[in-house]
Design a protein around this ligand. Structure first.
Ligand SMILES: Nc1ncnc2c1ncn2[C@@H]1O[C@H](COP(=O)(O)OP(=O)(O)OP(=O)(O)O)[C@@H](O)[C@H]1O
Ligand SMILES: [Mg+2]
Length: 331
């Protein structure tokens, strides 16, 4: 196999003398074949001695490593190919997710435009119905039997007007008019708007407000609306009986304040969680919810550069966590 003339440098006398001295195990060296091909090999040797301890011979085994090396290279190539395939698969999945997110937000934008169009068209005739039914009820005597019917018309038309208002709020998505705002004050104001409603009479409200919070840059009335939607949902989920915990704090090592609103109501099943902020997603009976509350809330929080998330266990309740950036000094 190896021609002595073509022996490579490492395989020289010093190695040969090593063979004589002691055993060698798996010494890796390169041979060169007659044709000049480099042949990686391992050499192992064992010295044989007679009973007096004199060396009487050396047994050596040389192993051609070409096949092993080739197999190892093959394995490495297969591994690299597998990693590449995995990477491609991951990139493909990312692309698909992104695409479905885009389709989703495009669909939401379409719904928004449609809703705005319909709401706008309905708003004026609805105003007319309300004005004329008010005029009609004023003309009727208090004991007139038709009065109840006209009052019913006013009640239902007012409900329609509320829905239209919510649709327009959702569709218009006005930019917040921001000013330095104390989040605890906004929450207090929101609570004072709801707490006298019958739905809240048997709900124990606990406030855990961190007293010395920095301001945020916020639109007070939009934020009130955002919190109100969450608080009303909580009261509805508790069917008017339970406890509501509202807490505020500054997040450590961060420029964000955190507001958590926790109820011990019916909770939200996992399959609904991801649809919660979609417009028109509601589990309430027809006429009891438009499914716009949380969509409006999410829009408001987003336009305040904040985030909103929800955790819930069915039967135990739900916690909505909102993070809003603090006012940065000097801006
Ligand atoms: N705290 C909560 N506990 C349990 N379910 C909730 C809670 N908050 C929201 N949900 C669920 O999320 C759905 C969507 O809420 P969202 O406020 O957007 O609409 P809605 O309350 O149904 O109608 P709207 O607010 O327009 O009157 C609700 O129908 C309800 O199923
Ligand atoms: Mg709601």
């Amino acid at each position: 196999l190896a021609s002595p003339k073509e022996k490579r440098r490492p395989f020289n006398g010093s190695y040969l003398s090593k063979f004589k001295e002691s055993s060698i195990q798996d010494l890796e060296i390169d041979f060169k074949s007659k044709s000049g091909e480099k042949i990686p090999m391992t050499l192992s040797s064992s010295v044989m001695r007679n009973s007096e301890g004199e060396i009487i011979g050396v047994i050596g085994v040389a192993r051609d490593l070409r096949e092993t090396k080739w197999l190892l290279a093959e394995a490495a190539a297969t591994e690299a190919e597998r990693a590449k395939a995995q990477e491609l698969e991951r990139a493909y999945k990312e692309l698909k997710d992104l695409q479905s997110q885009l389709i989703h937000s495009e669909r939401l934008a379409c719904i928004g435009q449609l809703a705005a169009g319909v709401a706008h068209e309905i708003n004026n005739p609805l105003g007319g119905i309300l004005v004329y039914s008010h005029l009609l009820v004023e003309d009727l005597n208090v004991d007139d039997s038709k009065r109840a019917n006209v009052e019913r018309i006013i009640k239902e038309a007012t409900r329609c007007k509320d829905i239209v208002k919510r649709l327009l709020d959702f569709a218009r998505q006005p930019q917040p008019k921001v000013e330095p705002t104390g989040i605890n004050v906004v929450l207090e104001e929101t609570l004072s708007l709801v707490k006298d409603q019958a739905l809240f009479h048997n709900i124990k409200i606990t406030k855990k407000f961190q007293p010395s919070l920095p301001n945020i840059m916020g639109d007070r009335s939009q934020l009130q609306q955002a919190f109100m939607n969450i608080i009303l949902n909580a009261a509805e989920a508790m069917e008017g009986k339970g406890s509501l915990l509202i807490a505020t704090d500054a997040l450590p090592d961060s420029q964000f304040l955190e507001i958590t609103i926790t109820d011990n109501g019916c909770g939200i099943p996992p399959e609904n969680i991801k649809r919660l902020f979609e417009p028109f997603f509601t589990t309430k009976k027809a006429g009891h919810g438009t499914g716009l509350g949380l969509a409006i809330t999410a829009g408001i929080i987003e336009r305040h550069n904040g985030s909103i998330e929800v955790k819930s266990k069915v039967g135990e309740g739900a916690t909505f966590t909102i993070k809003l950036p603090m006012e940065t000094k000097g801006k």
